[in-house]
Design a binder for this molecule. Structure first.
Ligand code: TPP
Ligand code: MG
Length: 291
């Protein structure tokens, strides 16, 4: 759905299917990290529901239209959480699922941060603070060319400490980029601890609104809330869109949730078994609930 003025809706059935996919995605993320013995665990689990709704519902990006300029575009600004992106891109058939087992292997392109050597990835990221600037440039180009496609990006809340985010924000508002949809994975944790302790940036609503964004807040681990908010983009004509997605770092695995230690950490055999059991239970609960 592009910027046509027409709003999208989401059926209950579609929401349920995406909720199920989130469980499968979490299983795949854990497998990837456990088997490769490397990975950004917490941040991948916090943003995977957002990626799920973006790729399965909101964005017009497919392997078939990938080379067309007038499709939507996605920039993974918090590049360290590439595991979540790989799992979703594999599900979207950008590459074969078997490639996931190459993650972090010597000479593989499936490295720990996004690169354009992997099908479906638009831009190399990982050095935090650049994704919004890139997205602003792409959104401005789309406006100049009178295309009605949109540019989406997900940033981390710790990433907002980068000054370049705020230069990009000023430009986004200055150029009236209502085709830009910036999403903050607001899990309140950074690499070493709470975002308020590392670099206090709150209140984010007020800061982004003052910069000229139309700001909306959702539960970023709720498929239904994410779909509903993405259905009504642009929020205000002529203003860039900012979605504050309140998430839980490590979401879905009890001992990882809200724990900065799991920013980049591989589970032991016993810990992995707990994760597998918890996700199996979530799957069972979904199946019983949706029978
Ligand atoms: C420019 C730059 N500085 C430092 C880092 C190291 N680093 C990787 S992840 C991270 C924390 C990011 O926190 P946040 O954006 O909140 O990510 P999330 O909680 O979603 O994992 C840092 C500092 C980096 N990748 N890039
Ligand atoms: Mg964070």
């Amino acid at each position: 759905m592009k910027l046509t003025g027409e709003k999208q809706t989401t059926s209950d059935e579609k929401i349920k299917q995406m909720e199920y996919k989130s469980i499968l995605y979490r299983q795949a993320i854990m497998k990837l990290i456990f088997e490769s013995k490397s990975g950004h665990t917490g941040g991948s689990l916090s943003c995977v529901d957002i990626l799920n709704v973006l790729y399965n519902h909101a964005m017009d990006i497919t392997p078939e239209n990938f080379l067309q300029i007038d499709r939507d575009h996605y920039i993974h600004s918090k590049g360290h959480s590439v595991e979540a992106l790989y799992v979703v891109l594999a599900d979207m058939n950008f590459f074969k699922k078997e490639l996931l087992s190459d993650f972090e292997k010597y000479s593989s392109n499936m490295i720990g941060h996004p690169t354009r050597f992997v099908n479906g990835i638009e831009q190399n990221t990982g050095a935090l603070g650049h994704g919004l600037s890139i997205s602003v440039g792409m959104a401005l180009a789309a406006k100049m060319d009178q295309r009605n496609n949109r540019i989406f990006t997900i940033m981390g809340d710790g990433e907002l400490a980068e000054g370049s985010i705020w230069e990009a924000s000023a430009s986004a508002a200055h150029y009236g980029l209502d085709n830009l949809i910036a999403i903050i994975d607001r899990n309140h944790l950074q690499i070493t601890g709470h975002t308020d302790q590392v670099m206090k940036m709150e209140p984010l609503e007020n800061k982004f609104a003052a910069f000229g964004f139309a700001v909306r807040e959702v539960n970023g681990n709720s498929i239904a809330e994410l779909a509903a908010i993405l259905n009504i983009v642009p929020f205000e004509e002529g203003k860039p869109n900012l979605i504050l997605a309140n998430t839980i770092k490590g979401r879905g695995i009890s001992y990882m949730e809200n724990n900065a230690l799991w920013h980049h950490k591989v589970p032991s055999d016993a810990e992995y078994q707990i994760a597998v059991d918890e996700l199996d239970l979530a799957k069972l609960a979904w199946e019983q609930h949706n029978d």
